[in-house]
Ligand binder design. Structure first.
Ligand code: GDP
Ligand code: IMO
Ligand code: MG
Length: 454
């Protein structure tokens, strides 16, 4: 697969791609685009809750657990220790890609330290959400929270390396299932229909196929770094979903910023020279939780329709709103972001005015600080600055200087508000619909126009 592969030169050091909002910013597109300049792509957090879209020559692919590097079979793709792996879902993903002509084989390694998402984690996710009623998080039902909880609890956690010895694992699973059934019955009034033997049968089949991919990935990555290779870290979810720094409790259960790299991959985060923050030209969120700039009326609907804002993993309609410079500056600083990729600029074409949130008004005071308390965040009113919009179709624009003046002014204003340069501007889902500034520190030898790329 070629597309715009010739677009990017060699990487200028280990780099991380991370979402600056509540997910779905377009991380998959950028990881795929940058991949040719790197040797290894590493996922370090989350699980099958992620849905990363890669569009190559008009054909769209979605990956959930697999790193977006798998579309470049000559690169090593690694699922790190910090990821929670649903074996059946991972194999389904590999099979789906195979049916679409993308083979995943020797190029994939899964850490033996990563934790296994079991069926009972998914059931627990659904039962606890149903019981929470109006207070539910709106999870992806992929068992993410319960799996991370069991990992931290220690006695119930199962690691991918254990799948190599199913007979030993059988006894543990039996014990865990008995305890889970008792716990579900006590908390939710039903045992979730759990059957340890059926669970082990399904897991056994998956384990057999998965074993060739399982490896001690931490030392492999260090060895590759020692050999002069460069790594691209692929963040999942978004920085505002970080379990420590996001809009808690309406978050996911992992560390989603570049700070998660150390624990999630075994490579110290300080090894990462460049952090590319991905954001859309507006904001979106799936699931519950505060959303300061949300547009619940016709404008929000228009953005959703124009941007095709429906979840890659669950198909749910995404909530849409204006660009939140307060939230984005917060996540830029949180993750040590060095430059930004602004996606979906094309989606905002046709609005007479576009809004940017420059401050949070709380109890009569305007602040640029993100409140920790979700109740405060729910009360915040956005201070919206209105900028002139543009009507032109941007999907074919190839250079930032060829954008309408108002679109350029929009980018410049956002750069000033968030404090880092926008070095990548995306105007469509395809690899080719991307403008990369020669001022990028992360990306080497950029050819800027389609003619040069051809
Ligand atoms: P991720 O989870 O961060 O990888 O993002 P998703 O794949 O869940 O959602 C991003 C969606 O936007 C996908 O459908 C992409 O194909 C699409 N997309 C990415 N960049 C652009 C862009 O610049 N313009 C438009 N119109 N679509 C884009
Ligand atoms: P990508 O990598 C958008 C959201 C869910 C829910 C909350 C908790 O595609 O950007 P979880 O299942 O993780 O316990 O759900 O987090 N969420 C995402 N939203 N994109 C994602 O991933 C998400 N991963 C989790 O909608 O609100
Ligand atoms: Mg997504």
């Amino acid at each position: 697969m070629t597309g715009a592969s010739g677009l990017i030169g060699k990487a200028n050091g280990h780099t991380c791609v991370v979402g600056l909002g509540w997910g779905d910013e377009g991380k998959g597109k950028i990881v795929d685009l940058l991949c040719p300049g790197f040797d290894v792509v590493v996922r370090f957090n989350g699980g099958a809750n992620a849905g990363h879209t890669v569009c190559i020559n008009g054909k769209s692919f979605a990956v959930h657990l697999l790193p977006s590097g798998v579309f470049h079979p000559e690169k090593l793709s690694v699922i790190g220790p910090g990821v929670v792996v649903d074996p059946v879902s991972l194999l389904n993903e590999i099979d789906t890609l195979a049916s679409q002509g993308v083979t995943v084989g020797e190029n994939l390694k899964v850490s033996d330290r990563a934790h296994v998402v079991m069926d009972y984690h998914k059931i627990e996710d659904q039962l606890s959400e149903a019981a929470a009623g109006g207070g539910r998080i709106g999870t992806t039902s992929r068992g993410i929270g319960p799996c991370y909880a069991d990992k931290v609890r220690r006695s119930w956690g199962i690691r991918v390396g254990e799948l190599r010895n199913m007979s030993k694992l059988g006894k543990r699973v039996e014990e865990i299932v008995a305890k889970k059934k008792a716990m579900f019955a006590a908390l939710y009034g039903e045992d979730g229909g759990l059957d340890a033997s059926a669970l082990m049968r399904e897991l056994g089949g998956a384990a057999e196929r998965l074993t060739p991919f399982v490896a001690e990935t931490t030392s492999r990555l260090h060895d590759r770094i020692d050999d002069g290779e460069t790594i691209l870290f692929e963040g999942a979810n978004g920085s505002l979903l970080d379990v420590d720094h996001g809009t808690y409790p309406f978050v996911t259960s992992s560390n989603t910023t570049a700070n998660g790299i150390g624990n999630g991959s075994g490579i110290p985060a300080r090894a990462v020279q460049h952090v590319i923050g991905i954001c859309k030209a507006y904001a979106t969120r799936v699931g519950s939780g505060p959303f300061v700039t949300e547009l619940t009326g016709a404008t929000g609907d228009a953005i959703r329709e124009a941007g095709k804002e429906f979840g890659t993993t669950t198909g749910r309609p995404r909530r849409c709103g204006w660009f939140d410079a307060v939230g984005t500056r917060y996540t830029v600083r949180l993750g040590g972001v060095t430059e930004v990729a602004m996606m979906h600029l094309d989606t905002l074409s046709g609005f007479e005015e576009v809004g940017v949130c420059t401050g949070y008004r709380l109890d009569g005071n305007v602040t640029q600080t993100m409140p920790a308390d979700v109740a405060d965040l729910e009360r915040v009113e956005p201070v919206i600055e209105r900028l002139s919009g543009w009507v032109e179709d941007l999907s074919g624009v190839d250079r930032r200087e060829d954008l309408p003046e108002t679109a350029r002014a929009y980018l410049t204003r956002i750069e000033a508000l968030i404090g880092v340069p926008i070095t990548i501007v995306s105007v469509g889902p395809d690899r080719m619909q991307t403008m990369i500034s020669s001022g990028s520190h992360a990306i080497g030898q950029v050819l800027t126009t389609a003619a040069e790329r051809a």
